[in-house]
Design a protein around this ligand. Structure first.
Ligand code: NAP
Ligand code: ZN
Length: 352
């Protein structure tokens, strides 16, 4: 066991503060990583503030962070895939049984014994797992990803959650040339969704509540932008989408977007508002439409996504911040004032 520097919250209403946490010594299959950048996902905020108490209550102190990019510092004797110096990433998963039907099908994210990067029971040290708002982490090699070296590392970190969470459902639902695809909510996830839909060749439309993001949406690869609170703009697109990805973090009217789908169209939720959404079933019946969800992606698919990003030179648009600005960053995220992901430069933790 060794000590790592980190930022944690002590309760749902406490601000982040500097702390030290325990990390395990390397077992055979472990990779030790010096964390260089960590993205700030809205899930970090939901968890830090215990907004998902009904489903996944938060244990305190809580150290979030599951968009981890860094450099391997040391590996256990059983690790052949990685060596010291390699540039790697860790996403939302750090454990799974690797034997259940879901794991065998490369869907570790649905493993009943899955271990999330933070706020999951830690079988090594007791307590719960601590995430990437830290200078170091130890992770079983199966859950360590290779980041293409041509990618800017601060912008690559968010691929580990925002990237895979938007890439996976788009691949599953056949997003590509000839398809009209909508992305709802131009935040961290949404802006990655736009980049992927565009790179996959789909006609891409952004639905945003923020007029100030219109120009950006086009620059990010959208073909059209719709202000979702403008009824006239919305009406023009009714019944025309093959697929819509909804990445909104708060309560909103889902029926307005179901109405945008064509026959047999699908809308997938990746956003995880704490309150239930009211679905008007008739909107699904007429047109045999479907409403579904998606959770990050498996490890193999995460590597596929990273390689796709390497090939197409796709990273997240980030605002790099020192860790001392974490509390301010959370406030800004709540105001949808992020373009489009905060990435923490972990060098700033050295000052603590
Ligand atoms: P984010 O950066 O805060 O972006 C959310 C966006 O939603 C905002 O930028 C805003 O976009 C829109 N929005 C916010 N409040 C709204 C409201 N009241 N009505 C309509 N639109 C609103 O968050 P994120 O990190 O992308 O995460 C989005 C959600 O996905 C969170 O709930 C997060 O927990 C969840 N998530 C799920 C998975 C998964 O595996 N399923 C993985 C990661 C995150 P506009 O300004 O364009 O309107
Ligand atoms: Zn996330």
């Amino acid at each position: 066991m060794y000590k790592a520097k980190a930022y944690s919250v002590a309760s749902a209403t406490s601000p982040f503060a500097s702390t030290t946490i325990a990390r395990r010594d390397l077992t055979d299959d472990d990779v030790q990583i010096e964390i260089l950048f960590c993205g700030i996902c809205h899930s970090d905020l939901h968890t830090a503030r215990n907004e998902w108490a009904a489903i996944m209550p938060t244990a305190y102190p809580c150290v979030p962070g599951h968009e981890i990019a860094g450099r391997v510092t040391s590996v256990g004797p059983g690790v052949k895939k990685f060596k010291a110096g390699d540039i790697v990433g860790v996403g939302c998963l750090v454990g799974a049984d690797l034997t259940c039907p879901n794991c065998r099908d490369n869907y570790e994210q649905f493993c009943p014994n899955g271990v999330f990067t933070y706020n999951s029971p830690d079988s090594h040290l007791g307590g719960v797992t601590y995430g990437g708002y830290s200078d170091s982490i130890v992770v079983h090699q199966h859950f360590v990803l290779r980041i293409p070296t041509n990618l800017d590392l601060a912008g690559a970190a968010p691929l580990l959650c925002a990237g895979i969470t938007t890439y996976s459902p788009m691949r599953h639902w056949g997003v590509g040339k000839g398809k009209k695809v909508g992305v709802v909510g131009l935040g961290g996830l949404g802006h990655m969704g736009v980049k992927f839909a565009h790179a996959l060749g789909a006609h891409t439309v952004v639905f945003t509540t923020s007029a100030s993001k219109k120009e950006d949406a086009l620059r990010l690869g959208a073909d059209e932008v719709v202000l979702s609170r403008n009824a006239d703009e919305m009406a023009k697109h009714a019944g025309s989408f093959d697929f819509i990805l909804d990445a909104v973090a708060a309560e909103h009217d889902i029926n307005a977007f179901i109405h945008m789908l064509r026959r047999d169209g699908n809308i997938t939720m990746v956003g995880a508002p704490d309150k239930p959404l009211a679905v008007n079933v008739f909107g699904l019946l007429f047109g045999r439409k479907s409403f579904s969800g998606s959770l990050i992606g498996g490890i193999a698919e995460t590597q596929e996504m990273l390689d796709f990003c390497g090939k197409h030179n796709i990273t997240s648009d980030v605002e790099v911040i020192p860790i001392q600005k974490l509390n301010e960053a959370y406030q800004r995220m709540l105001r949808s004032d992020v373009k489009y992901r905060f990435s923490i430069d972990m060098a700033s933790l050295k000052a603590e």
